[in-house]
Design a protein around this ligand. Structure first.
Ligand code: URA
Length: 433
């Protein structure tokens, strides 16, 4: 078999066979196929696409290129959840304990973040002592005992994806549906859960800006999951503004914990309950999402979900007192208001600019080497649809410098105030099974 023939076959719009896809992935991972041929194939794939079978084969080949995590020692049907990424997205810290509180095991592999705010691990590290550097035995033990554990992505999961993604990044071939879907799903499949709920974001602050593209990506990923034997459901949720009111690290943990204590931040609570319900149904714990939702809501009211968060934090060496008393989480020294320059209604909040403003404060990394400041962040005082008077606060910046000029400018850029009344955006656009 020759790589040249595979490139030409795809360039002409033909479907690749299983052998050809495996040949490419194995050869590229081992270094036998050079970057220039892999780039040519990526570009052919970008223009010609892949059918469902080809995409599933590509995903499996990327899974097989490295280690897979064996979670068979965990009792019960394990569920995982993955978000395609958004600003203020702290849903994991809510759904993890919530789902675990009804007895469904959640075993999560997570990463750190580059840009905007931190990733799941960075945010959890706002809690003193908390670590995701636990052994595989500890991870499995914790899931069996507490029904929830979060570990850092270790070892060599889907190395073919790592190499191919780096190549796509510099060859203009990231934005291909089958390549994105197989990239995300290969990492999820290698991390061993039985079922996966995908939170596919849509809107100005999302990877996919239009509902049509987000639905197409979701369909592609659900097909891959189901073809490869994992129950998969995708929730398409709005990212035309940050989720909830808090953006940062410690303040996102605080807002998540407050939801588990019964606070009603509408979009955040609703999305978390929706995702949790689907996780419970996929795990076979409840017959339908409505029944699951009743049990989950009950565990918020009776305090079991919040107690589970503390139990999980302590099991991973974190300071549980910070969860009992959220004011003990790291706090910044200065709290600076950014005020509205005119009266009207908030019609747009560019989530990405809010994320960048938080990064300028130190909540995220601009380079891999940057250290995160867990105490800084942004509290939104106004969201889309809210009425605002000139001089009223749009956000409060929690900063460790007195005059965070760059962040102020970025927030001013993010908000659009219009004279016309605006409705708040629909939160859940679609569920794809
Ligand atoms: N995230 C991934 O993991 N892979 C992609 O291709 C795009 C986003």
């Amino acid at each position: 078999m020759r790589m040249y023939d595979i490139i030409v076959k795809k360039r002409e719009g033909n479907a690749l066979s299983e052998e050809e896809i495996k040949f490419f992935i194995e050869g590229y991972t081992s270094g036998e196929i050079p970057d220039y041929q892999a780039s040519a194939l990526a570009m052919a794939l970008y223009f010609q696409g892949m059918n469902g079978k080809e995409t599933a084969t590509l995903t499996q080949a990327m899974v097989d290129s490295g280690e897979t995590i064996d979670l068979s020692e965990i009792e019960g049907q394990i569920v995982d959840k993955h978000s395609t990424g958004g600003v203020g997205d702290k849903v994991t810290f809510i759904v993890g304990p919530l789902v675990a509180s009804v007895g469904v095991p959640v075993a999560k592999m997570s990463g750190r973040g580059l840009g905007h705010t931190g990733g799941t691990i960075d945010k959890l590290e706002a809690i003193a002592g908390f670590t995701t550097e636990i052994t595989k035995e500890e991870f499995i033990d914790n899931v069996n005992k507490h029904k929830l554990a979060v570990a850092g992505q270790t070892g060599n999961l889907a190395p073919a994806d790592k190499k191919l993604y780096a190549l796509r990044d510099v060859t203009g071939t990231v934005n291909s549906l089958p390549l994105i879907a197989s990239s995300i799903m290969s990492k999820k499949l290698a991390s061993g859960a039985d079922s996966i709920v995908l939170d596919v974001k849509t809107g100005s602050g999302a990877f996919m800006k239009t509902l049509e593209d987000s639905e197409a990506l979701a369909r592609e990923m659900v097909t891959i999951g189901n073809e490869l034997g994992k129950n998969t459901v995708a929730v398409i949720s709005d990212m035309n503004q940050p989720l909830g009111f808090e953006v940062g690290n410690a303040n996102e943990i605080r807002e998540a914990a407050e939801i588990l204590l019964g606070s009603n931040v509408e979009d955040l609570r609703e999305l978390s309950l929706e995702i949790s319900s689907h996780m419970c149904v996929l795990a076979g714990a409840f017959a339908d999402p409505a029944e699951a939702r009743r049990a989950l809501e009950e565990n918020i009211s009776n305090g079991k979900a919040h107690a589970k968060l503390k139990e999980f934090i302590e099991a991973q060496h974190g300071d549980g007192a910070m969860i009992d008393d959220l004011s003990q989480l790291p706090q910044a020294s200065y709290h600076v208001e950014v005020q509205a320059s005119k009266s009207g209604y908030v019609s747009e909040i560019d989530a990405e600019s809010i994320g960048v403003a938080a990064m300028y404060l130190g909540a995220g990394r601009q380079t891999k080497e940057d250290k995160i400041d867990h105490s800084v962040g942004i509290t939104l005082k106004k969201k889309i649809g809210d009425k605002v008077e000139e001089g009223e606060a749009l956000v409060v910046l929690h900063s460790n410098t007195g005059n965070p000029e760059d962040s102020i400018a970025k927030v001013e850029e993010a908000y659009t105030i219009s004279s016309k009344e605006t409705k708040s955006p629909t939160l859940i656009h679609n569920i794809i099974k």
